[in-house]
Design a protein around this ligand. Structure first.
Ligand SMILES: Cc1cc2nc3c(=O)[nH]c(=O)nc-3n(C[C@H](O)[C@H](O)[C@H](O)COP(=O)(O)O)c2cc1C
Length: 334
């Protein structure tokens, strides 16, 4: 998935946002190298097969979205043994790569010894990565996703080293502490310093909202590998612009930062892909559409959120989007 000398652009895992239908939509745009699944939380027992398949249905289709984008399975948990068993179960179901979450800031997750809590215990990072590494075949890469630290920026140096010693093939760093949550500022420079010291690739992540942000992040980190989360959803042209800068796709003259976004077309794709999965109920799909547009209103250039935020059906939402009547079955589907 990540090769030291080959640039890559990764779709960030976002629990409750980048689910299988959204991963399919993002895959169709052709900018991403691969996507990371939302975290699968390993608690009292190793993950049952059914849970893994429900969260990562792409395992049934060669570990790729129906639009062809490879998907890496992400696990979260503090028990090395159960993490290893869960990784082995995922690989048994067809997972081709496993990522370990050491960054989730959710209080419930942290109280139960998972996600960013582990940033306080460097030796446990090594232990968990090593257990997962040992549990899956050598051909399956294992990676780790970290924040800079719990409440300071510098633990990343030791934690990154521990992940590498545990056998991680690469690491992804979100340039914030757990304490900072999602608040600015972002700190890209330490990501660059880790990259210089560590013998494995580093994927830079956090607050890339525009192509200018990407260029500054590249300047500060010197990385070849990047991960986009909220920016990819809020500004749908961004992934292809970044991919073009990385030399992954051809430049598109018409797709500059100010090019209009065809929101109805994009949202239709999400509706369509949602039908392919068991939880594609209209009410759920409607809230996913609003969630996407809310992100675009908050962080991108979408200006019609007030017109759609109280709509009660998918058809109504599409009508509110551009003032036109909704098309076909969508108008009556929920
Ligand atoms: C709603 C939401 C859910 C997230 N869920 C996950 C997750 O499941 N696993 C993970 O490693 N990171 C998760 N993250 C963090 C993102 O992967 C990413 O590191 C972070 O959003 C910073 O990147 P961005 O500024 O490009 O969005 C989540 C972030 C958000 C906003």
């Amino acid at each position: 998935m990540i090769h030291p000398d080959v640039p890559a652009l990764v779709l960030a895992p976002m629990e409750g946002v980048t689910d299988a239908p959204m991963r399919a939509v993002q895959g169709a745009a052709g900018a991403f190298t691969y996507a990371v699944s939302e975290f699968l939380r390993v608690t009292q027992t190793a993950l049952p097969r059914g849970v893994i398949l429900r969260h990562v249905p792409e395992l049934r289709t060669g570990c790729r979205t129906l639009t062809g984008l490879p998907v890496q399975v992400q696990l979260l948990g503090g028990d090395a043994g159960r993490m290893g068993e869960s990784a082995a179960a995922a690989v048994g179901l067809g997972a081709t790569a496993v990522d370990i979450n050491f960054g989730c800031p959710a209080p419930t997750v942290n109280r139960h010894d998972g996600g960013a809590t582990l940033l306080k215990y460097p030796a446990r990072i090594r232990e968990i990565v090593a257990a997962v590494r040992a549990a899956v075949p050598p051909s399956v890469p294992v990676s780790a996703k970290l924040r800079l630290g719990w409440d300071r920026l510098d633990p990343i140096f030791e934690n990154a080293e521990m992940a590498a010693q545990g056998g991680a093939s690469w690491i992804t760093i979100h340039g914030r502490t757990r304490l900072a949550g999602y608040a600015p500022p972002i700190f890209w420079a330490p990501i660059g310093r880790v990259r210089e010291r560590l013998g494995i690739p580093v994927v830079a992540n956090g607050d890339i909202w525009t192509i200018e942000d990407f260029r500054r992040c590249r300047e500060e980190t010197g990385c070849r590998h990047y991960m986009l989360g909220r920016g990819a959803l809020a500004r749908p042209h961004l992934p292809r612009q970044v991919a073009a800068e990385l030399g992954l796709v051809a430049r598109e003259p018409g797709a500059g930062p100010d090019a209009p976004v065809d929101w109805p077309a994009l949202l239709h794709r999400l509706v369509e892909w949602s039908q392919e999965f068991p939880d594609g109920r209209p009410g759920r799909v409607l809230s996913r559409l609003k969630q996407w547009l809310s992100m675009a209103a908050k962080f991108g250039g979408f200006t019609r959120f007030d017109a759609i935020k109280r709509t009660e059906s998918i058809g109504e939402l599409f009508a509110g989007l551009d003032g036109r009547a909704a098309v076909g079955c969508l108008s009556s589907s929920g």
